[in-house]
Design a protein around this ligand. Structure first.
Ligand code: ADP
Length: 547
């Protein structure tokens, strides 16, 4: 009969051998590089993963100093690590760079722990090294995507808000030069002026203008032609070796002293109508610097730039038309003034020569009223034109505002029998140093509006109030009122509210003139209004002697 197997109890030595063998197996099979070294930095062990990561075999590495794998510019890290180990500290996940046998840099994460002998004394260090190059590359890529996105967003926002051509060109040149990593970038913009002549504007990034001066404007050379003909993007790793390069005298290539261009990228900028409005050009002194991704990035910005430049052009055209319109208003009102003054004169002569009971008297009076209306419209138009050219003159005198308001309200009451025009004031006199005729013009304008825009109402209240060194005048009506979204704009030139008032005659310039007059007297004008309840227009001016 077989004896049952007796369990074999390993000796202490056997147990220790097994533990060592297991440790060795773990270390050898670890995915991480594991290295041990003495406190002097001499490598004492080097596993397979260390061989794979750094390219040195175990026999090449063991016995050498750890500086074997430390890049020159990071050598001081070793002192810091050893210092910590000596004091019993451990270093966890320290991210750094080491160098392989073939001289390549690898991104690693390092964990270093002290090795102690049986007496507990620190005799060396063990390093677990993880290759994080891939993670690092992915992180860097993410970071650069984020940066690019940020640049793209900011340039998109900046150029869509900019209506100045030079501003758009500069922002686009700067952003695309940064995005491509080019040594310099240039944006050549074809402009056709009023006379049909075409010329070029250009902006640069990465170089001062002087550095570019030797370089004549891009002509229709073989290198530039495809861009200015809108044939597509040109990207060349080494332009100096391109068959299209160097064909033009006098320089046969880049002029002497010009920045060297080897890598070349050119992207046409094409407007919505299909016209080539310019080109973006990038250069780098080293070969093969530009990639397909750069092409795409620049093409994206170029498309936005084309829209921004189209808008800027439209804006310029509108500005010119606007200036022409202002000029026309000035001329037309001036030309109208002379005949209307003569008509007025002749009508007055006829009126005086008519007998008391002449049945034509009523017609002549009506004609005179219409002529007066026309005269005041023409003089408003002339005022607008003078404001535009900065030529609205003021003649300052010191006068009593209360007296003026009494006269004006009496006169207005005479003209508008439909409304009761009331005047209230809490002080007398209220002295102003201002252009009396112009202030009167403001008051008349506000009262005329109050009557005009309160067809159902029958009261207009004028109040004058003096506080501290300011005089405030308000004109209140109980008419159609103004919706809040129009309140700011009614003081703009030609602005009229689209509502019941639209069919009431007017040019939308009265309040604009009032605002100009008041603000040039260092005052302010504003309105409070509720649709259906009426409006109160206020203006404030500094009292005489208070400035
Ligand atoms: P106009 O009266 O010739 O249109 P204004 O510049 O005097 O030009 O006024 C601009 C616009 O403001 C008017 O078209 C009208 O819509 C509005 N407005 C001005 N005054 C009043 C008012 N008292 N009540 C209601 N709306 C007013």
């Amino acid at each position: 009969m077989d004896q049952p197997n007796k369990p074999v109890i390993p000796t202490k030595q056997q147990q220790e051998d097994m533990r060592q063998a297991m440790l060795a197996a773990i270390i050898e099979s670890s995915e991480d590089a594991i290295i041990s070294k003495t406190l002097d930095g001499i490598i004492t062990s080097w596993n397979q993963s260390a061989e794979k990561l750094f390219g040195y075999t175990e026999s090449e590495a063991v016995g050498k100093h750890i500086s074997l794998i430390i890049p020159q510019n990071r050598i001081q890290e070793e002192g810091v690590i050893i210092g910590k180990i000596r004091s019993g500290e451990r270093i966890d996940h320290f991210e750094t760079i080491r160098v392989t046998k073939s001289g390549e840099n690898v991104y690693i994460s390092l964990t270093v722990s002290p090795i102690k002998n049986s007496k507990g004394e620190i005799i060396g260090a063990s390093k677990v090294v993880r290759d994080i190059s891939r993670q690092k590359i992915a992180d860097d890529r993410l970071q650069s995507y984020a940066e690019r996105l940020e640049i793209l967003n900011s340039v998109g926002m900046a150029i869509s808000a900019d209506l100045d051509v030079q501003g758009v060109l500069q922002k686009v040149t700067d952003a695309t030069t940064q995005l491509t990593g080019a040594s310099f970038g240039a944006f050549f913009h074809n402009v056709v002026n009023d006379g049909g002549e075409s010329y070029m504007l250009y902006t640069l990034s990465g170089v001062p203008k002087e550095a570019f001066e030797k370089f004549s404007m891009p002509r229709n050379t073989e290198v530039f032609a495809p861009t200015f003909n809108g044939e597509g993007i040109v990207r060349v790793d080494d332009i100096t070796k391109d068959p299209r390069y160097g064909k033009n005298s006098p320089h046969q290539g880049m002029p002497k002293g010009h920045l060297p261009v080897v890598s070349y990228l050119a992207v046409p900028v094409i407007s919505k109508s299909g016209d080539v409005i310019g080109g973006l050009f990038f250069g780098h002194a080293e070969a093969a610097k530009f990639t397909r991704e750069h092409e795409q990035l620049v093409a994206g910005v170029a498309a936005q730039a084309a829209i921004a430049l189209d808008n800027a052009k439209l804006y310029e055209e509108i500005k010119v038309l606007n200036a022409k319109k202002d000029e026309f208003i000035g001329l037309a009102s001036h030309e109208l003034k002379t005949p209307i003054t003569s008509i007025n004169g002749y009508l007055q002569i006829i009126e005086r020569n008519l007998g008391h009971d002449d049945r034509n008297k009523a017609f002549i009076n009506k004609a005179l009223q219409q002529v007066n209306k026309l005269t005041s419209l023409i003089s408003d138009l002339l005022d607008v034109s003078k404001i535009q050219t900065g030529k609205l003159p003021f003649t300052y005198t010191t006068f009593d505002l209360v007296k003026m308001l009494v006269d004006v309200s009496e006169m207005m009451q005479h003209s508008y029998s439909s409304h009761h025009i009331e005047l209230q004031y809490d002080h007398e006199p209220m002295m102003l140093n201002a252009d009396q005729q112009r202030i009167e013009q403001v008051v008349i304008n506000l009262i005329t509006n109050a009557v005009k825009y309160s067809p159902g109402g029958n009261r207009v209240i004028i109040k004058a109030h003096m506080f501290d060194k300011t005089i405030q005048v308000s004109v209140q009506d109980f008419g159609i009122g103004i919706a809040s979204d129009h309140l700011e704009r009614i003081f703009s030139r030609f602005y009229r509210v689209e509502n019941l008032a639209s069919h009431m005659s007017g040019l939308g310039i009265g309040l604009y003139i009032c605002q100009e007059i008041i603000s040039r007297h260092k005052g302010k004008i504003w309105v409070k209004s509720q649709p259906g309840e009426g409006s109160v227009f206020y203006f404030e001016l500094p009292a005489a002697g208070s400035f």
